[in-house]
Write a protein that binds this ligand. Structure first.
Ligand code: NAD
Ligand code: 0WE
Length: 276
C-alpha cells in the first residue's frame, strides 16, 4: 500500500482501545490503527513475539502509543498480562480490534477432507476464532458501556475458496461467535461486528501458493474490477468503532469491491480463458 494520508477529525476523541494483530506496516490492523489515530483515538498494541517487536514498536511510536504488550493468544499468561496492563494504565477502554488468524501451512493446501487433521483443526479454531471470544470477554470487563469490538473475516467462511480450507471453517466459527458476543453485550450498548475483507497483500496472504491467481481473479470478478484497498477496511472499522456505528451490531460487513455480491461476472477478461 502506498503511504496515504488519512483524513483527520475527532470521531474517536477521548476513546481508548487495543489493537491486536499488527505484524508490520502492511497489516490490516495497522491501516485500522492509523485511521483511528487520525480521528483522535488513543491506542495500545499487542505483538505476537520478540521477533515482531522490532517492527511494531516504531509503528506504535509513530501514532503516539507507548503501550505495547507481548501477547500470544494461545498463552493465557500473556492474555492476563495484556489486559492487566490496560486496566492499570487506563482503567477502562472503549474499543477492541482483533485481526489475528493462523492455520498450519499444511492445512492450507489441497483437499480439505484429506488434509485437515484434528490438531490442525483445533489450532486454527483456537487461534482464529476462540481468541476473539477470549479477548472480547477480557475487554468487556474493562470496557465502558457504549464501546465496540471489531474482528476481521473472509468470504471463505460462506463459500468454498480453494486452499482456504480449515481457515474457512474457523472464520465461520468466528462470525457466529461475533453474533453471540453481540447478543451478550448488547444490553450494555457494546457493539460487536466483523469486517469481511477481500484479499489484501499482507504477510498472512504472502504464504499462499495460489496467490497470483487469486488476486487476478478477485480483480476481474469483483463489481469494482479492482482489488480491495486496506483504506476501505480501515474506514469501515472507523465507522463500526465510532459513534457513527450506533445501533449496528452482530453484522458481517463486506469490504471487497463487491466480489461477494456477484453470481456471474460480466463478459470480459475472464472470458478469454473459457473456450466456446
Ligand atoms: P498479518 O500477517 O499482517 O496479521 C496477522 C496477525 O495475526 C499477525 O500480526 C500475527 O502476529 C497474528 N497472530 C497469528 N497467530 C497469533 C497468535 N498465536 N497470537 C497472537 N497473534 C497471532 O495479516 P492480515 O492479512 O493483516 O491479517 C489480519 C486479519 O485479517 C486476519 O484475521 C485475517 O484472517 C484477516 N483477513 C485478511 C485478508 C487478506 O487477504 N490479507 C482478507 C480478509 C481477512
Ligand atoms: O485469513 C487469511 C490468511 C490467514 C492465514 C495465512 C497463513 C499463511 C502462512 C492463516 N494461516 C496462515 N498460515 C501460514 O503458515 N486470508 C483471508 C488471506 C488468504 O489466505 C488464503 C487465501 C486468502 C484470501 C489461503 C488460501 C486461499 C486464499
Amino acid at each position: 500500500m502506498a503511504e496515504q494520508n488519512f483524513p483527520t477529525g475527532q470521531l474517536m476523541a477521548g476513546k481508548r482501545g487495543l489493537i491486536m494483530g499488527v505484524a508490520n506496516k502492511n497489516s490490516i490492523a495497522w491501516a485500522i490503527a492509523r485511521q483511528l489515530a487520525a480521528q483522535g483515538a488513543e491506542l495500545a498494541f499487542t505483538y505476537q513475539g520478540d521477533a515482531l517487536l522490532r517492527r511494531v514498536k516504531p509503528l506504535a511510536e509513530s501514532v503516539g502509543s507507548d503501550i505495547l504488550c507481548e501477547c500470544d493468544v494461545t498463552n493465557d499468561a500473556t492474555m492476563d498480562s495484556t489486559f492487566a496492563t490496560l486496566k492499570e494504565k487506563w482503567g477502562t477502554i472503549d474499543f477492541l480490534v482483533h485481526a489475528i488468524a493462523f492455520a498450519g501451512k499444511d492445512q492450507l493446501a489441497g483437499s480439505f477432507i484429506d488434509n485437515t487433521t484434528r490438531e490442525g483443526f483445533k489450532s486454527a479454531l483456537d487461534i482464529s476464532a476462540y481468541s476473539f471470544v477470549d479477548a472480547g470477554r477480557r475487554a468487556s470487563e474493562i470496557m465502558n458501556d457504549g464501546g465496540a469490538m471489531v474482528t476481521l473475516t473472509y468470504l471463505g467462511s460462506e463459500r468454498v475458496i480453494p486452499n482456504y480450507n480449515v481457515m474457512g471453517v474457523a472464520k465461520a466459527a468466528l462470525e457466529a461467535s461475533m453474533r453471540y458476543m453481540a447478543a451478550d453485550l448488547g444490553p450494555r450498548q457494546i457493539r460487536v461486528n466483523a469486517i469481511s475483507a477481500g484479499p489484501i497483500k499482507t504477510l498472512a496472504a504472502a504464504g499462499i501458493g495460489s496467490g497470483r491467481h487469486m488476486f487476478r481473479f478477485n480483480k476481474a470478478a469483483s463489481a469494482m474490477q479492482d482489488n480491495t484497498d486496506p483504506m476501505g477496511v480501515a474506514g469501515a472499522a472507523l465507522y463500526l468503532l465510532s459513534d457513527l456505528g450506533l445501533s449496528c451490531t452482530g453484522e458481517t460487513h463486506h469490504v471487497d469491491g463487491g466480489f461477494h455480491a456477484i453470481g456471474m461476472p460480466q463478459e470480459g477478461p475472464l472470458r478469454e480463458s473459457m473456450p466456446d
